[in-house]
Design a protein around this ligand. Structure first.
Ligand code: AMP
Length: 233
């Protein structure tokens, strides 16, 4: 029997800091993460067939069709879980009940991998979210994609991790941000109801404090509880 595997579903509105916490989990805990938003942007940038299909939906702030995301997400996940038992974070997937249903069905049929799902629900008020989104800069290196803000004392120009230039995401305008937030809230409640009915545990985290404090809370309430924290072993 293989070791058990944990999958953390990061749920929360765009701009709440899911990507930044996921990055810290990779750096500090050695976990792996999949952002379906990053995968979609890579397809669009490489002008693949999928990229051409999803470009309009992405630019308007609406969701990419479930079938495309489910295939992308589950293919990546299966490869990852077979190769390693390191905890996995899914950032921005599932976003609909249909996607969540496909994931839960995948977990049930992969019983040999002994997968445990956990939802981490990040929350922040809408005004703060719009400010974070419209002030966000992202590393242009597709393999890095570190996130920065223009709102600090010094506006960063290059990435401190890889030295690449920073840029605004083309969908990080106030108008698209509002659309993405509306889309998010339309789907969030049914998604939470689905997890409750399916018996997937949910931990709620307030994302308003500075990033290192939110990460500290995440370590205490989520990682420590599960015994995945390397420093606590
Ligand atoms: P994000 O980087 O997570 O904010 O995602 C950016 C965009 O990618 C979204 O506005 C959607 O158009 C698309 N996208 C990412 N993940 C999903 C998903 N799970 N389902 C549908 N569309 C997605």
């Amino acid at each position: 029997m293989s070791n058990a595997r944990s999958i953390f579903l990061f749920l929360g509105p765009p701009g709440v800091g899911k990507g930044s916490i996921a990055r810290l989990c990779v750096q500090e805990l050695g976990w792996v993460t999949l952002s379906t938003g990053d995968l979609c942007r890579q397809h669009v940038a490489r002008k693949t067939q999928i990229g051409r299909q999803i470009e309009v939906a992405m630019q308007s702030g609406s969701l990419v069709p479930d079938a495309v995301i489910i295939e992308m997400g589950l293919e990546w996940l299966e490869e990852q879980l077979v190769a390693s038992d390191v905890p996995v974070i899914l950032d921005g997937f599932p976003r609909t009940v249909e996607q969540a249903g496909a994931l839960v069905a995948f977990v049930r049929r992969s019983s040999d991998l002994a997968i445990a799902l956990h939802v981490v629900h990040f929350t922040l008020d809408e005004q703060a979210l719009i400010e974070r989104i419209t002030g966000r800069l992202v590393c242009k290196n597709r393999d890095c994609q570190a996130i920065y803000s223009v709102r600090g004392e010094h506006v960063p120009v290059t990435c401190k991790h890889c030295g690449e230039a920073l840029a605004k995401r083309t969908d990080d305008t106030a108008e698209t941000a509002r659309e993405r937030l509306a889309t998010h809230y339309d789907h969030e409640r049914p998604l939470i109801d689905f997890y409750v009915t399916s018996g997937v545990p949910i931990v709620r985290l307030n994302a308003a404090p500075p990033l290192d404090e939110v990460f500290g809370e995440f370590r205490r309430r989520v990682v420590g509880e599960l015994g995945h924290d390397r420093d606590q072993e």
